[in-house]
Design a protein around this ligand. Sequence first.
Ligand code: GAF
Length: 481
Amino acid sequence: MSDEADANRVAGWFGDCYGRQPEGVWQAPGRANLIGEHTDYNQGWVLPFALDRGVLVAAACRHDGMLVIRSRQAPGEPATLPLATVAPGRVTGWAAYPAGVAWALREAGHPVGGASLAIDSTLPQGAGLSSSAALECAVALALTGLYGLDVPRPDLAILARRAENDFVGVPSGIMDQSASLLCQASHALLLDCRSGEGSAVPLEPAAAGLALLIVDTGARHALGDGRYALRRGECDQAAGELGVRCLRDVADAAAADGLADPVLRRRARHVVTENHRVTQAAAMLRAGGLAGAGALLSASHTSLRDDFEVSWPEADTTVDAALEAGALGARMMGGGLGGSGIALGPPAPDAVRAAIGGRYAPLGRPAPGVLAPPPPPRRRRLPGARRPCAGRGRGGSEALLGVDGQERSRTAERQLPHAAWPARRARQDRRRPAGKHGVRAPPADRRALDGGARRPPSGARLDAHPDYVALGLRAGAQSPR
Ligand code: GAF
């Protein structure tokens, strides 16, 4: 993403739509995943990294209690929703994602009020690059930024995922929202999806004389079509038959051989071996051995194709072509059955690109889009300068970058120390509105990431890092179009 140009473009469009300046522009990236597929909802490990493309949201507060949402990718009338009545099942289509985020924040007791949103995306949709999660996360940053709410990033990821699971109705795991909100420039995120503990692992292919290619195979995928949920069910069943809480608890792939059903046996074997591959890959990256991870990528593809059975013909073709052209490893990426692949290649990836394109021609398909993602640049995270809407909150939660790149304020960014957690939680618990039937939902940070323990242990606090790829980009009121 070119920060300033993209932020200005969406701010300008906001002005055209709403006849005023936005109060800020926030962005959240899409993600690629180096390795660790279908492990998140099994409480295992993943190793995603942020892309240099994502979703931008220009936003301003409204004082009429309405949420008005426009998307450049969905031209036409805006979605205009009274916030107080926004509830699961009442909003359908693309608007359910941003509306679901507002709902999830309010359900967790965060006092989000009305807002006008103008949304734009630089991510292809349905390409398995987490355009939905980036949308949720950008809206979450915008709403918390507008209302000055200090919601730690790991909690924000959980709330964004809650919007997808409980509002939109897609049973995804925690990887995509965590990647969008927690990935740092030039690093992958090694996330333990049980504990929530994450750490940034250096990922700089160019420095290692390598390149990562993301290949949009053109076959579209949809997590809501039932096949993803079917795999989740199979994993749960396999875990139950093995007598463990989830497949994360199976350390040795040979244990899966004890399953009578050959389908469950294959599903379990994928998850167990994939978890091992993730931790091995992270160790290699930490030791400066990215090249060695190539073989793990290819082994992951074989496992996803043969054991988990979520690959698709274009992905298999892409992987074969990339390997034949000299890639060190390649695999399908994401939920599968459509979407993108990833190849670890030499620094001049033209041969790999040409080989992949050459394989598509006889299929009568256009050559796939190939992104060679540079590690997203370190973006300047500046202190929030603006006042939160309606005097609420405790200061802008996001840094804002002017169009000229100048800092707008030198005020230190407010981050809550660990010690403030219990008191802040108690406050939020009291504020949390009663949901349906008068029952208060458990606070987000006490819910499992994927059924596991909640708070990241100390030392894994990722919500205060200056190098996040997702952040506020522009203070609209200070930067004329
Ligand atoms: C999709 C889901 F959203 C993730 O949670 C994850 O399960 C992934 O598929 C497969 O690894 O992106």
